[in-house]
Design a protein around this ligand. Structure first.
Ligand SMILES: *Cc1c(COP(=O)(O)O)cnc(C)c1O
Length: 361
């Protein structure tokens, strides 16, 4: 590892594989003999169209996305989808089910309420979102246009360990912070989306994977740029797509493939997360925010119970080269985001640091 680099536990934008950054660096002024940077290319040029198509193909292969799904490369962040999803999908019956298990599903739910009748399938706010409800606890409306949930709750550090069963109601899932961290049966979903800046690429790109037949029923006032059917018809190129981010996604997908694909990512994910959870569970000082059985493999939230001590931990960790460990203000304490690109070694060293801190306090 480049010794000037730190172990970056940021929740997003977050660590990217070093080899991806190095390749991007090597190609930054002259992409493979084109004489220019990817940042300088026309999005309609042959060379960029190839990058675009290859990146789509790689994602389809890696995630095993069936042929009856479109892959869209969009902008306006994951949050843009909080609006786009109801605008495009709620018209079917005027109703939708939302599982609120954290900050982002709550925001999505509030946004959707502008456009239709929303039912809460669950709300884990009763215990500050420290758990994921079991299937039996979900309140389902068979007439919902879709069922919405967030697979991994980035702020609270919980992650669904199952795909909800919703019968004929299409499943819509925000996978921003755990996409490509495990194999996923895409055919179970109507729509999957993810902001790129957690596990895939720099900020500025949102990937949407949508089953054929769902788009095209948008509410009449849907903004042009949020209309899935327009973006499907124009292959995400109604306007200039986020070209650089798409290129970076392509490099990251190569890296994922070289490291065992989603299966390999899943092994590494739990290798990293279990190291941390074991150390935290065995310590006298630290407690985890999330219940056992609901814990995230991507964002590990923990605290000492003493704010001053938490601050001391974050400060000393930063000095030791473990940065961005301060928890979100909604949970307090600490959060270690350990996405795909975090080396296991980074977590091993953080564990040593935690053990030492525990011993000294
Ligand atoms: C970060 C995050 C978002 C918001 O992403 P933006 O691209 O900043 O809008 C939404 N959902 C989840 C699960 C996230 O982790």
């Amino acid at each position: 590892m480049n010794n000037a680099r730190v172990y970056n536990f940021a929740a997003g934008p977050s660590v990217l594989p070093l080899s991806v950054l190095e390749q991007a660096g090597a190609e930054i002024t002259n992409y493979r003999g084109s004489g220019m940077s990817v940042m300088e290319m026309s999005h309609r040029s042959k060379v960029f169209m190839e990058i675009f198509q290859e990146t789509q193909d790689k994602l389809r292969r890696l995630m095993n996305i069936p042929q009856n799904y479109r892959i869209l490369f969009l902008q306006t962040g994951a949050s843009g989808q909080f609006s786009a999803i109801p605008l495009n999908l709620i018209g079917a019956t005027g109703k939708a089910d939302y599982a609120v298990t954290g900050n982002f599903s709550n925001l999505a739910c509030q946004e959707a309420a502008k456009y239709g009748k929303i039912s809460l399938a669950c709300d884990t706010g009763d215990r500050n979102h420290c758990y994921i409800p079991r299937q039996e606890a979900l309140k389902l409306d068979p007439e919902a246009s879709y069922f919405y949930y967030c697979a991994n709750n980035t702020i609270y550090g919980t992650e669904w360990d199952y795909i909800p069963e919703t019968g004929d109601v299409p499943l819509v899932c925000d996978m921003s912070s755990d996409i490509l961290s495990m194999p996923v049966d895409v055919s179970r979903f109507g729509l999957i989306y993810a902001g790129a800046q957690k596990n895939m690429a720099p900020a500025g790109l949102t990937v949407v994977i949508i089953r054929d037949g769902l788009a095209g029923h948008e509410l009449p006032f849907t903004p042009l740029m949020m209309n899935y059917q327009t973006m499907i018809d124009k292959d995400s190129m109604y306007n200039t797509p986020p070209c650089w981010c798409i290129y970076m996604l392509g490099l990251t997908l190569d890296w994922v493939a070289e490291n065992g694909g989603p299966e390999g990512m899943e092994r590494l994910k739990w290798q990293r997360a279990n190291l941390l959870y074991e150390v935290l569970d065995s310590s006298r000082l630290f407690t985890c925010h999330a219940d056992k059985g609901s814990r995230s493999g991507m964002n590990v939230t923990f605290r000492t119970g003493d704010e001053a001590l938490d601050a001391k931990f974050v400060k000393e960790a930063t000095e030791a080269g473990f940065v961005n460990l301060k928890g979100h203000r909604k949970t307090g304490g600490m959060r270690a985001s350990i996405y795909n690109a975090m080396p296991v070694e980074g977590v091993e060293k953080l564990c040593e640091f935690i053990l030492e801190f525990d011993k000294n306090h």
